[in-house]
Design a protein around this ligand. Structure first.
Ligand code: SAM
Length: 420
């Protein structure tokens, strides 16, 4: 760490790195919000100062929150609330590290390292790492989190001021300067604009022009039209969540262009499948064409990468309409990155018509799926005028376009041949 003066928050974080404060933190009982007052009184009575007691309890609370996302690693980390929100999951960070290692670099700059989850994976992969972080408190936490790796160091600096060389590898996971905004359901919606990144998109590209191999973690909202020539973009999902678009440059590129990477986690490690574009994709359904009896919905990473045609090619099917993502197919095939539905009826996208069809069959509750049409699902659901009695049947309705026509498909989820 560079020796510049520390902020009070950074001083406190440094205190937690080792010595008696660290021992106190690591020997606390599992975090229980109902026990916080009692535990605070006990620790104060044992002679620990107020600041330290508050700091260890905050760390304990954050470690508990982190466990769901970061797994067992969370138990030994120093965290901040913001840093945790932005931290890369270990299974995904391990992929980044493996890619840079395979690019043949010996040393990697992690530029904007945050709490250091990517840096830990890089160090764990046997690479020498310099983690650069400008926030003093976060940099202290990163230094603690990397302390087990003798070939990793943390520099508190701005990424614009470090000398990345032509033989180095580089990793950038820029923070978003514009925080998410709450949508009408109260959920935080992340707006993604390349102009909002810090380090900036220009900084990222300047590093990529210098280093031997570079990777950057961008939002899944990254647009393929912004991909620089010769670079590679991978939309990555794990267990159904799209977590990032990783962009690669230089020796880290395997196949320029776009792909999707679909991950499934398991206790003995994660498995990954790559979905690439196909050379001669089948055309989407033409206007008026009949819909085949099965519907396949690709994993969200495949949708984000714009590759439903790769699914259509694999299952001898056709996308229902350009860009909607749903693929009609003549039979169900075992594709680990697709969900299947039996198509029971194709109706016009009129709530009254659909409602009458459903009521005639005793359907009282529906699951609505929607892509490619501006319909408001809540409004559509109300307009169906279903009677949700106890014995009412349920149905799944896909609101989308078929051969250019807004349509409502009544579908039934089915397992794939590989399902137990
Ligand atoms: C998204 S976080 C990195 C998370 C990290 N990959 C992880 O998995 O823990 C981005 C970090 O970049 C830092 N940062 C942003 N702009 C920077 C700059 N110009 N120089 C140095 N650090 C910067 C922020 O303070 C933030 O901690």
């Amino acid at each position: 760490m560079s020796p510049d003066a520390l902020t009070p928050a950074a001083e406190l974080m440094r205190r937690l790195r080792d010595g008696p404060a660290r021992t106190l933190l690591d020997t606390l009982p599992p975090y229980d919000p109902d026990e916080v007052l009692r535990l605070t009184s006990r620790l104060r009575a044992e002679g620990h100062d107020t600041e330290l007691v508050a700091a260890v309890l905050t760390q304990s609370r954050l470690r508990t929150r982190a466990a769901a996302r970061l797994g067992p690693l969370a138990r030994g980390l120093l965290l901040t609330a913001d840093g945790l929100e932005q931290a890369t999951r270990p299974a995904v960070a391990a992929r980044h590290a493996a890619r840079l290692r395979a690019a043949g670099v010996a040393h990697v700059w992690d530029l904007g390292a945050g709490l250091g989850l990517d840096a830990v994976a890089l160090a764990d992969a046997g690479l020498a790492v310099t983690a650069v972080e400008r926030d003093p408190e976060v940099a202290e936490a990163a230094a603690a989190n990397l302390s087990a790796f003798p070939r990793a160091r943390v520099v508190r600096a701005d990424v614009a001021d470090v000398p990345v060389g032509p033989e180095d590898g580089a990793w950038l996971d820029p923070a978003r300067r514009t925080p998410g905004v709450a949508d009408s359901t109260g959920r935080t919606r992340r707006l993604f604009r390349l102009d909002d990144l810090s380090p900036s998109w220009q900084d990222v590209q300047a590093v990529a022009a210098t280093a031997a191999a570079t990777g950057a973690k961008l939002s899944p909202g990254f647009s393929a039209s912004d991909l620089p020539p010769g670079a590679e973009a991978e939309w990555v999902s794990i267990d159904g969540d799209v977590v990032e678009c990783a962009v690669w440059w230089g020796r880290a590129v395997r196949a320029p262009g776009v792909s999707a990477v679909v991950g499934t986690s398991a206790p003995d490690g994660s498995s990954w499948v790559t979905v690439a574009p196909v050379d001669d994709p089948p055309p989407p359904l033409a206007a008026g064409a009949a819909v085949m009896p099965w519907l396949a919905e690709p994993d969200r990473a495949v949708l984000a990468a714009g590759l439903p045609a790769s699914l259509a090619a694999l299952v001898s099917g056709q996308e229902l309409d350009p860009g909607v993502g749903y693929v009609a197919a003549p039979e169900v095939l075992d594709v680990p990155w697709a969900r299947w539905y039996a198509v029971e009826e194709v109706l016009p996208l009129h709530a009254r018509t659909v409602g009458a069809w459903l009521r005639a069959r005793g359907v009282g509750r529906v699951t609505l799926k929607k892509r490619g049409v501006p319909t408001r699902p809540d409004r559509f659901r109300a307009d169906l005028r279903l009677r949700a009695g106890r014995s009412a049947a349920e149905a799944t309705i896909v609101l989308t376009r078929v051969g250019g026509t807004p349509s409502a498909l009544v579908v039934r989820p089915v397992g794939t041949p590989g399902d137990g």
